[in-house]
Design a protein around this ligand. Structure first.
Ligand SMILES: Nc1ncnc2c1ncn2[C@@H]1O[C@H](COP(=O)(O)OP(=O)(O)OP(=O)(O)O)[C@@H](O)[C@H]1O
Ligand SMILES: [Mg+2]
Length: 274
């Protein structure tokens, strides 16, 4: 059994994995200024799984891109393991970036690479030798249930399989921090449920810290230790709800009153925003 790393961090002995302080992002366009995100304070401990939910346009992707080093904040600071992610002149600290894995809404695989080569690509870019990176990619294909499909091309896979390949690719560098933007948005309900269980298993096995964007309230409560509810214009944190269910969680957790109380409360608060 894995011991969740969160236990040590709860004791306050470790630097948080991620510390977001007063973060904001404005966009200047011809139409004017959009305050996409404002005044975000969020501390995430090692091994913690945090879900971000909120209406379309409330700034979830913007926040994730700032955490992922893809977009510079216009206010505030983001620290990864106590070190500032963003430096002078919107430069990113490259040592912090190597700890990150990103899964986008679409799987973004390279169509001309096989599943194995797609998964191994980040290792290739880091200069890992062919034999080693292929062995690691094969292990990861196995971990996400794609054994036997290593030589397939993305077009030969289902949407769920492509998304699993993208997750394997994000895991290939053993990221300490996994950022996922609606990774299962395009999947049918049953595949999605299976992917939730697989993601939970992978995250427990690798003890990654995860920030996971979803529109699906039960999915957020099922996967996360805490659910962060954001509201739009500008995107702010409205509330943070703990979902303290023991892990690993089984699908029938979703039929318990405790689970449904949290789902109902979040749904009610999201409804109010209309
Ligand atoms: N590159 C950009 N240029 C201008 N405005 C932008 C840009 N990116 C995002 N925005 C604006 O910032 C706000 C937040 O967008 P964002 O994509 O972060 O929302 P979201 O919560 O991810 O929405 P969704 O749930 O639909 O994916 C929106 O008003 C959007 O128009
Ligand atoms: Mg988005």
């Amino acid at each position: 059994m894995l011991t969740p790393t969160i236990e040590t961090s709860e004791a306050g002995t470790e630097t948080p994995r991620l510390e977001i302080k007063g973060v904001g992002r404005d966009f200047h366009t011809k139409a004017g200024v959009t305050h996409a995100v404002s005044g975000i304070d969020l501390t995430i401990q090692r091994g913690e799984f945090v879900a971000l939910i909120g209406r379309s346009g409330c700034g979830k992707t913007t926040l994730l891109r700032m955490i992922g080093g893809l977009l510079a904040p216009t206010a505030g600071t983001i620290e990864v393991d106590g070190k500032s992610l963003w430096r002078e002149n919107n430069h990113v600290d490259s040592s912090a970036i190597t700890k990150l894995g990103f899964v986008f809404q679409e799987s973004n695989l390279f169509p001309w690479f096989s599943v194995l080569d797609n998964i191994a690509l980040p290792l290739k870019l880091r200069g890992v030798g062919k034999k080693e990176r292929r062995a690691r990619a094969a292990d990861l294909a196995d971990l996400v249930g794609l054994s036997g499909f290593e030589r397939s091309y993305p077009r030969e896979l289902s949407g769920g399989m492509r998304q699993r390949a993208a997750i394997a690719r994000a895991l290939s560098t053993e990221p300490e921090l996994l950022l996922m933007d609606e990774p299962f948005g395009a999947l049918d309900a049953l595949t999605r449920e299976r992917m939730n269980l697989e993601l939970q298993r992978i995250v427990l096995e690798t003890t990654s810290t995860v920030v996971f964007v979803t529109h699906d309230i039960p999915e957020a409560v099922f996967l996360a230790d805490r659910v962060v509810h954001m509201t739009p214009r500008p995107g702010r944190i409205r509330q943070i709800l703990p979902a303290d269910f023991p892990k690993p969680r089984a699908v029938d957790l979703q039929t318990t009153p405790e689970f449904n109380d949290i789902v109902r409360s979040l749904r009610h608060d999201l409804d109010e925003e209309e």
